[in-house]
Ligand binder design. Sequence first.
Ligand SMILES: Cc1cc2nc3c(=O)[nH]c(=O)nc-3n(C[C@H](O)[C@H](O)[C@H](O)COP(=O)(O)OP(=O)(O)OC[C@H]3O[C@@H](n4cnc5c(N)ncnc54)[C@H](O)[C@@H]3O)c2cc1C
Length: 354
Amino acid sequence: MLYDAIIVGGALSGSRTGELLARKGKNVLLIEEHSNIGIPCKCTGLVSWRTPEMVDLPKELIVNKLDKGKFYSPDGTSFELKSKKTAYVLDRTGLDRFLFNEAVKSGVDTITERFESFKRNNDHLEVKTNKEIYQTKVLIGADGANSLVAQNAGLEMPKDIFVGLQTTASGNFEQFAELWFGKNTAPNFFAWVVPENEELARIGIATPTSPKPYYERFLETRLQHNGLKPDVAGIIRSGIMKDTVADNVLLVGDAACQVKPFSGGGITYGLVAAQVCADAVGQAFEENRFDYQFFKRNYDLEWKKILVPGIKKGMMMRKMLYLFPDPQINLMFKMVKLFGRKALNSLDFDLLSG
Ligand SMILES: Cc1cc2nc3c(=O)[nH]c(=O)nc-3n(C[C@H](O)[C@H](O)[C@H](O)COP(=O)(O)OP(=O)(O)OC[C@H]3O[C@@H](n4cnc5c(N)ncnc54)[C@H](O)[C@@H]3O)c2cc1C
């Protein structure tokens, strides 16, 4: 059987793209290596108002709503920002499962197999998994930050990588997200506390090198509690890929580095790009064009038009914050506390407007 599209990766970007393509009448196969969708969890699940606007989320997936963030400098100076729009803490595994089920309901075929490689066969691709070989017109890599589809297609991914660890801990938590900065806390990134409610919070950290000692130290200083094993671990890859398409191939989500470089957030960006990807593939069938130039113009350049301004802003913010030694960051925080909070309050969580 020749599929219109094979998607590798049954997490949010792959499932959403599959659902949208199936709704356009395409026959789609989704290949996911894990039988338990959403596990292992690699994410905190904090999203802006855009996610529930794009996806009709069942109420039970919304664990908490927050409209404030508190930022801590290395010397403990802090300031609070109030967002104009609510941020949502989601049941992250539940989100992947919900989107996967929506894809299945729309008619997407799914299999639990591991993608290994693909090769060209005239006008289509042969996709090899650990069990079978499948035929498809289009291959979509939604296989995350270490995309094997990208590697197989010769699409180079940025080398800027962060490793994140997170646990769920009990304590007394105020209802705002905490972000802790400093070279001794989390070099080149930050540590976070995202409350699920007054008594439970998701507490984590990301760093470019091994995060374990920083994770342990942060739990000890923030909660006077160590020995809590991480229940979330994952990598964040940040940067702008020169190409996210090749002949018959497209990448979406973390596989395409559609991630906010400052926070590592990729849920909203992945969902935005899934729509652009499905539209481009739909159009490819209308015009019978599956070549690099077509997908470059109709997908790669299109998603970049929407997301790259935000990615660039995020890169600049990161450079500004992490280039400086801790004393300067302390000073910067003091200045913001005194003069700059109003301007930052209006900052778009996804850096997509303004
Ligand atoms: C610690 C941490 C915290 C984060 N917190 C947030 C947050 O609060 N908010 C936010 O917006 N983002 C956050 N992110 C980022 C977010 O998790 C990702 O952007 C998002 O999960 C990307 O979804 P995806 O579907 O593109 O890729 P992934 O979620 O990585 O899914 C890829 C899928 O492909 C499958 N797969 C991989 N290789 C193969 C293969 N060879 N064959 C078959 N299947 C394969 C995997 O099993 C997986 O299911 C965080 C990331 C980390 C690491």
